[in-house]
Design a protein around this ligand. Structure first.
Ligand code: ZN
Length: 345
């Protein structure tokens, strides 16, 4: 049974949580944004949202028999095994759902990156590689629940691979590499420990989700959840139109990415905002403009504008602020204030 065969709560039926939805859509439009961190209370539907988004995306063509689910159109970016096969045969392909891979806590590095069988390599001269979770996540989503409880070196490694799109495993002079392009989504509960600032900064976007405090909103959440649980197929059918529309927008947004214009003035504004906030390095600016470009593309704009920039600034910047001993206000407030000061009300 494929993951799409089981009804998944529709992404469009998620009540409110606009910023989380926006961040995930932006990352789906342009995975180069570098992943999304979702901080918030338990039971705010963080994992539901990732699964919903993956299920919403169109199924992909993948090379039949490839352990990494290579894109048959990838050309030079095919894995080594597919490239070798392509020399002597025509690669067949089939439609597969976009994968969502869960990263269990306490997982070993071998399980994540894959394991090289050194013994077989030495005795039989073959490169025996058992792919890990990164291979399964290729072209999809890697979801880490409670990312703040995962070992630092693993988080580092995941971000490296997500950024490069390639997993390289090296042991005793042997090396295997394979495509591993995925959107990293980490969720965390701020009460259970913090991520080191060095790791925080490496995630593209960061959003905060809260249990809704508005009565009507809360009622709507329960209503939809209840309706879904009672008859999943009917609920999915009811939301199909919205889901189809959203899917079309994401697919069109991906295409638009290549042609949308980014005026120098917008780039300058991004830099101004980052300087105003005192963010370190260039990562903040890069993420800010990439996210603005993804949002503009998703909305089918011809040009990225200040409006796009303003909307993605909080998720792109709030986790990159240095603690200011003279300013006790939260990071979201500080970003909002800087936006007002730089761009006006
Ligand atoms: Zn392949």
């Amino acid at each position: 049974m494929t993951p799409t065969a089981r009804p998944v709560f529709p992404f469009s039926a998620i009540v409110a949580q606009e910023e989380m939805k926006l961040a995930m859509i932006a990352a789906a439009v342009d995975p180069a944004i570098g992943g999304v961190l979702v901080f918030g209370d338990r039971g705010t539907g963080k994992s539901t949202a990732v699964r919903a988004l993956a299920a919403l995306l169109p199924p992909m063509q993948a090379v039949t028999g490839c352990r990494y689910g290579c894109d048959p159109e990838a050309g030079d970016a095919l894995c080594e095994e597919c490239r070798t096969r392509a020399k002597t045969e025509t690669l067949k392909h089939k439609l597969v759902p976009v994968p969502v891979v869960d990263m269990p806590l306490g997982v070993t590095e071998d399980r994540v990156v894959g394991a090289l069988d050194l013994e077989r390599a030495l005795s039989q001269g073959v490169k025996a590689f058992e792919p890990g979770l990164l291979a399964r996540a290729n072209r999809g989503f890697l979801y880490i629940d409670e990312v703040n409880l995962l070992e630092d070196h693993l988080v580092d490694l995941l971000i490296d691979v997500a950024a490069s799109g390639e997993n390289v495993v090296e042991r005793e002079g042997l090396s295997v590499r394979h495509p591993a392009r995925f959107v990293l989504v980490g969720s965390g509960n701020p009460e259970e420990g913090e991520l080191r600032p060095q790791l925080l900064d490496r995630f593209g976007l960061s959003v905060e989700v809260k249990t809704p405090t508005d009565l009507a909103e809360r009622v709507e959440v329960i209503k939809r959840r209840d309706e879904f649980e009672r008859d999943k197929a009917a609920f999915v059918a009811k939301w199909k139109k919205q889901e189809d529309g959203l899917r079309r927008k994401i697919v069109a947004g991906r295409k638009r990415l290549a042609t949308i214009e980014l005026p120098d003035a917008v780039l300058e504004s991004a830099t101004k905002l980052c300087m105003h906030l005192g963010t370190d390095g260039l990562r903040a600016e890069l993420t800010l403009i990439r996210a603005a470009r993804a949002l503009g593309s998703y909305e089918q704009a011809h040009t990225v504008d200040i409006g796009h920039l303003r909307r993605v600034a909080p998720p792109a910047l709030r986790h990159r602020l240095r603690r200011d001993p003279l300013d006790e206000s939260g990071s979201s407030t500080r970003v909002e204030r800087a936006i007002q000061e730089v761009f006006g009300a």
